[in-house]
Design a protein around this ligand. Structure first.
Ligand code: WTA
Length: 639
């Protein structure tokens, strides 16, 4: 295949513009972005209605957009659909019934495949199991699992019966799991004995047991046997998944609940400015339409594709683009349990070759991590089946972009750098395969979306000028609220630009002269470590739960591999001396409470922390000092 064309484009941030090849353009679903974008903005509801009609509905909607109670927008009101109707049920009526839904590889090398037919049976069986446990419509089931097929099966089974799921990332630990169970008031927890990570077993059931001790709401815990070690199971509370799935009650026939468009599909917790994570609510109708449409157009999805989204289902990327969108689009989905470099750094490249993967969607951190091992690892493999690549989670640095493009994509695969959030449900700013690319820019808004970069006073920033990223109009995939806290939903996202009715993303960005959007990073207390989202407040509260710590502040400092690393500043209790051993034990403590991703890279013992006169820690000052740059305006600093 021909290499994509590069031209010099000196007027913009990046010197190069990468044009897609004729083959890519020929294959693409959308050939004219500008025209369709214009139409979608002029008649937003018309655009989304047209896309929604491509899905099945038990009952058609009365209204595409109900904006009578802003910012609590509703989409496709009066309509009845269930995401499972489109993700599984409708495929049973076509040849796709025999198509592979999942190809799964465990870290030890075990392989499982599942057709849409088999997926339907497994999901129906588990849906019946949940029903037999008394799970009802509207109830929230917490799922805490490794990346094994039972994870999407459990999610889909909840959705099928109209219950909502709350998936807690399997890399999180006791504290994070317990607070999420509590907030969701979950009665049922689905977990596994363990998972494989770098040749070791993760102790999921052990952590789950500790979390249950702190969460009195859990009555039933269902455990998938994955790793087989001895685990503690309590009579009347704990059940093995395989035992339940073997009971007559687990019939492979189960009606899909005819949910309303606006019925809750899931909540997903994400970090914000306070220690308490917020459970963002997504619903059946709008989310189905939004994820399926973005996936199809951005990744030019065809029936022949083998789609690999290498994210964990515990994060929104896994929800939208590992599970729901690709199933709605009838794709064959690759899923892998373990570490990318286990047992060798060619693990991913080997799987791409072995399974003939056509599209890889991953994070800049993963790319940087694999790039570090050198090009000889991918070069051992035939990666010619790949036709498109994707990136998500953090800005991708041009060096990683170019390596991904050249070495993995053979110079022929455009990279879809998709900017979005847990709150947005799906891609908001993204190229299409036909878009000329600039490494490091997520390029243009998706159809229907009006994106702005604005200054403090709400006026548009000039070309090239940094400002706050806002979304100026509603979209079907948007989160509906924060569970149990609608005021926080307004305060966090809608208050600052209430007059204009804009959504504040919490990121800073620039738009260049060609209208390309460059996302810079978070401007709030959210930290992106290896593309994972954490809150400084979560890390701080984990730190102060250590017996020796009086006060703590956490900041993000740029890190070559992880994008950002956590640096913590700690004031110890009187009489405790800071030393290397204590620093290590603090790191270990955070890791144990929250999970290994939250482990601080650096711990600094302090006599005092820079604070405003009203007592707020000035993280900005700590960050400036850590990075050796000017501390900026210190007029509010306490003496
Ligand atoms: C960041 C992940 C630059 C951003 C889907 C956003 C990105 C946060 C990109 C949301 C990208 C995500 N370029 N930054 N392509 N994609 N981000 O909720 O800071 O885990 O606000 O959703 O990730 O993180 P979340």
């Amino acid at each position: 295949m021909p290499e994509s064309k590069k031209t010099k484009d000196t007027a913009t941030e990046s010197a190069e513009l990468y044009h897609p090849s004729k083959e890519v353009i020929k294959a693409a679903h959308v050939k004219d972005y500008d025209k369709l974008y214009k139409e979608s903005i002029e008649d937003r509801e018309g655009f989304w209605a047209k896309e929604a009609k491509k899905l099945e509905w038990y009952r058609k909607w009365d209204k595409v957009l109900d904006d009578s109670n802003k910012p609590f927008y509703k989409w496709f009101t009066g309509g009845k659909t269930n995401i499972v109707q489109n993700a599984i049920d409708r495929h049973q009526k076509t040849w796709r019934r025999n198509k592979l839904a999942f190809i799964w590889e465990g870290e030890p090398g075990d392989v499982r495949t599942m057709s849409y037919h088999a997926l339907n049976r497994e999901v129906s069986k588990f849906a019946n199991v949940l029903k037999s446990m008394g799970v009802r419509k509207g109830e929230i089931v917490t799922i805490y699992m490794p990346q094994i097929p039972e994870l999407p099966i459990a999610m889909l089974a909840c959705a099928k019966i109209g219950a909502a799921h709350s998936v807690v990332y399997g890399g999180f630990s006791v504290e994070a799991l317990a607070t999420r169970i509590e907030d969701a008031n979950s009665r049922v927890l689905v977990t596994a004995d363990g998972g494989w990570r770098r040749g070791k077993i993760t102790d999921l059931k052990g952590i789950a047991n500790q979390a249950i001790e702190r969460s009195p709401t859990i009555e039933v815990c269902i455990t998938v046997k994955r790793t087989g070690q001895e685990v503690y199971m309590e009579n009347d509370r704990d059940f093995w998944y395989h035992d339940l799935m073997g009971l007559p009650i687990a019939s492979a026939y189960c009606d899909t609940e005819k949910t309303d468009s606006e019925d809750m599909l899931f909540i997903l917790y994400t970090s914000g400015t306070t220690g308490r994570p917020k459970g963002l609510v997504h619903t059946h109708g709008g989310y189905s339409v939004y994820t399926a449409t973005t996936h199809k157009y951005v990744f030019d999805i065809k029936d022949e594709d083998r789609w690999w989204c290498a994210a964990d289902p515990g994060w929104v990327t896994g929800h939208s683009y590992l599970v729901y969108a690709p199933l709605i689009n009838g794709s064959t989905i690759m899923m892998y349990e373990g570490a990318p470099n286990h047992p060798y750094p060619n693990r991913w490249w080997n799987m791409i070759e072995k399974y003939g993967i056509t599209i890889l969607y991953t994070s800049p951190t993963a790319i940087r991590g694999l790039m570090r091992f050198g090009s000889q690892w991918p070069k051992r493999h035939n990666l010619e089946t790949l036709r498109l690549l994707g990136s998500v989670g953090e800005p991708i640095n041009p060096e990683a972009w170019k390596w991904y493009h050249e070495v993995i994509g053979g110079g022929r695969c455009p990279i879809m750098d998709t900017w979005w959030q847990t709150e947005t449900g799906g891609f908001m700013i993204t190229p299409l395969p036909i878009t000329p690319l600039k490494p490091g820019s997520a390029t243009k808004p998706f159809f229907g979306n009006e994106v702005g970069v604005v200054k403090e006073d709400g006026t548009d920033a000039k070309a090239g000028e940094e400002g706050k990223l806002v979304i100026k109009a509603p979209w079907p995939g948007m989160a509906r609220t924060i569970m149990g806290d609608p005021d926080r939903f307004i305060d966090t996202y809608w208050k600052e630009y209430a007059k204009q009715g804009w959504y504040k993303a919490g990121d800073s960005a620039r738009i260049d002269e060609d209208g390309y959007i460059w996302v810079i990073g978070r401007i709030d207390d959210v930290i992106k470590v290896s593309g994972y989202r954490l809150g400084t407040a979560e890390v701080e509260s984990a730190m102060v739960s250590h017996a020796d710590v009086a006060e703590a502040a956490a900041i993000a400092v740029p890190h070559e591999l992880k994008g950002n690393a956590i640096h913590a500043y700690v004031i110890l209790r009187t009489g405790v001396a800071g030393n290397k051993a204590l620093a290590e034990s603090l790191k270990e403590h955070v890791s144990k409470e929250l999970g290994p991703i939250a482990r601080p890279e650096v711990i600094n013992f302090m006599e005092s922390l820079p604070k405003t006169r009203s007592g707020k820690i000035m993280r900005r000052v700590l960050k400036a000092r850590a990075m050796g740059v000017d501390e900026g305006d210190l007029s509010t600093l306490e003496e």
